[in-house]
Structure formats: C-alpha cells, structure tokens
Design a protein. Structure first.
Length: 338
C-alpha cells in the first residue's frame, strides 16, 4: 500500500517508518526542512527508501502543498512539549484540520490517528485490589477528561477527525507511556535508575500503563493494513493493565542489578522543580518536557488502560516492562546516552 506518515522524524514515527518499510509498503513522509537534526533524520528516512514530502502540518493549506495519492494516512505528527500553550493548538489542532482538508480529494481507505491517553484523562475511579493488582475500574476507558493543554489539543484533534469520518474511516489510538530505543523523554528515568535514586510523588498509589515502542509500531502498522474491528478508541498497553511505581522500581532494580532508593516528594516540591525546569526551557533552544503542564498530569493517581484487542492485532504476547526496560537500557548504553 501507499501510506502517508506524519511525524516520521520523531521517536514513535521513526520506529513506525521502519516497520512499514519492512512490511513492504511505499511510505511518503511529511517532514519539516527545518526540524531538529533535519539532515540526519531526513537521511535516515531516505536511506530506507521513504519518499519525503517537505512541509508542516499547520501550513499545508496555506502553502498549497500537494500530498501524493495514497491508500492510507497515519497521522502521528504533533507536539508533546511546547514553550507556549498556543503552540499545542496551532500544531495539534490546526495541523490536523489542515491535514484533513488536504486529504479531502484523496480516495483514502482509512486514516489512523496516534492520539494519547492524555486526551481521555486520568481514570475516573479505582485502585489496586488486596492482591496488589488493578481492579476493573482501574481500566475504565472513560476517563475524567484531559487535565493538560496537550491532552485538550489531542482531544480537539480527535473531534476534527471524527467529523472527517464521513469521508474516510478513522481509527483513533490512545497510547499510554511509550518508551524504547531513541526516546529522549523517558531517558531521565533511566538515568535515575542507573544512579540508584528515584523520586515518587506523595499521596495515592499511582499507577501507569506502558507500551514498548516496537509493539506500538506493529499495532499501528496492522491497523493501517486492516483497519479496526474492535472497540474504539484503541488503548494499546503491554497487557498488564498498569504498574504501580513501586513495581516499576522493583523491575528496574532487576534490570540494573542494583538497589534503587525511592525518594518521596511532596507535591509542592515537585511543582517547584517543574517551575525551574519550565523557566530554564524558555531560554533554551528546546522546549522543556518537565513543566507545570506536565505536572498537572503527573500528580494524577491513575493513568491505566488495557489492550482489548491483542488477538485481533495478532500481537500476543507483547513486550512486558522488564524485557522492554532491558532492551531500552542496552540501546542507551550502546549509543552512549546512558
């Protein structure tokens, strides 16, 4: 198939691009000429045989960029961090609107949108049962709504695509925490594991779901090929339904073969750290990932989901957290990141 991919130079997008090429698809990637590390990222894609379409999501209509005729579009592009709140809406919302407008004359079989669990928001209720595992309410896919502007912008983008569903089928995927080789966002966690110190917010038994990036790429590629036959939106996780951060630390101790001390942080201390990080980001070329916006998500207790369709996607079993952390750590060390 001919597939249009947005966000191909990013963390998830680069893994997804490789997966699509390995499956024999003709991939066209919408990329910015001036994106960070543009030359190396564009070269990486070109070496795989991916055809580059230069442009940005939010200027597709303005610059009248002609997108190539494709069978399927995977909309993975967007911002996960920004110096100004308005940038989330300019890229994630307006960019999605312009992509839909640019595709309106294409005979698409389907569009797959990589949204986020942030669009759903934290779980409404629930907690660990006496055995330490999640209750069914932990995996309630009807969350309490987005608590950050990032989540709100993703939800608005979903609503635009739902309206476009009259033109072509749309599948919405809301991943939880995505990690794996090449990820800069979760690298600080691995650095803390290696140092043997890990901060945990006080108040509540926080739990989060995880998905290894190569598994997510396989899920997205399969959805592009076959479409969705299950309930939507799709919440891909590793099949565990979430881990407490105490469990994450225990798993990390086996992976790093060392004791990791838990540092309990009050919410006000964490908020102050975010203010410092956000302020420093204003004077940096790159926007900071750790901001008060991100704190609004971090302080929530439950961010769990369950993959309801591993059989349909033919990906059972998925990579569990122990195996995923080990693979990611090995990659970081090999590349000199850790």
């Amino acid at each position: 198939m001919k597939i249009l991919l947005t966000g191909a130079t990013g963390f998830v997008g680069s893994h997804l691009a490789r997966e699509l090429v390995d499956r024999g698809h003709e991939v066209h990637a919408l990329v910015r000429k001036t994106s960070p590390h543009a030359a190396s990222r564009h070269g990486f894609l070109s070496e795989m045989g991916i055809r580059l379409v230069f442009g940005s999501l939010e200027t597709l209509a303005d610059k009248k960029i002609d997108l190539p005729p494709v069978d399927v579009a995977i909309h993975n592009g967007g911002l996960i961090k920004a110096k100004k709140i308005g940038e989330f809406y300019r890229v994630n919302v307006e960019g999605t609107r312009q992509l839909v407008e640019s595709l309106k004359h294409h005979d698409l079989k389907r569009l797959v949108f990589v949204s986020s669990i942030s669009a759903r928001g934290p779980n409404r209720a629930g907690g660990p049962n006496r055995a330490g595992g999640p209750n069914r309410s932990d995996n309630d896919h009807n969350g309490s709504g987005p608590v950050s502007h990032y989540g709100k912008s993703k939800l608005e983008a979903e609503q635009i695509l739902k309206k476009a569903g009259e033109r072509f089928p749309v599948t919405i995927v809301r991943p939880p925490v995505v990690y794996g080789p090449g990820d800069e966002a979760t690298l600080p966690l691995f650095k803390m594991f290696k140092r043997g110190l890990f901060p945990v917010l006080r108040g509540g038994n926080r739990r989060s779901s995880f998905i290894y990036v190569k598994d997510l790429s396989k899920i997205l590629a399969t959805l592009a090929e076959k479409g969705s036959t299950g309930e939507e939106p799709i919440y891909p996780d590793d099949g565990r339904g979430g881990y407490s951060w105490e469990e994450v630390i225990a798993i990390a101790q086996t992976v790093f073969k060392r004791r990791i001390r838990k540092i309990s942080l009050p919410l006000w201390t964490a908020a102050l750290m975010m203010v410092v990080s956000q302020t420093a980001g204003l004077f940096s070329q790159k926007a900071s990932f750790l901001t008060l916006e991100k704190f609004q998500e971090m302080k929530q207790v439950l961010w769990t989901c369950s993959n309801r369709s591993p059989g349909i996607l033919n990906l059972d079993p998925l990579t569990d957290l122990k195996a995923g952390l080990a693979k990611t750590r090995n990659w970081y060390e090999k590349e000199g990141w850790l």
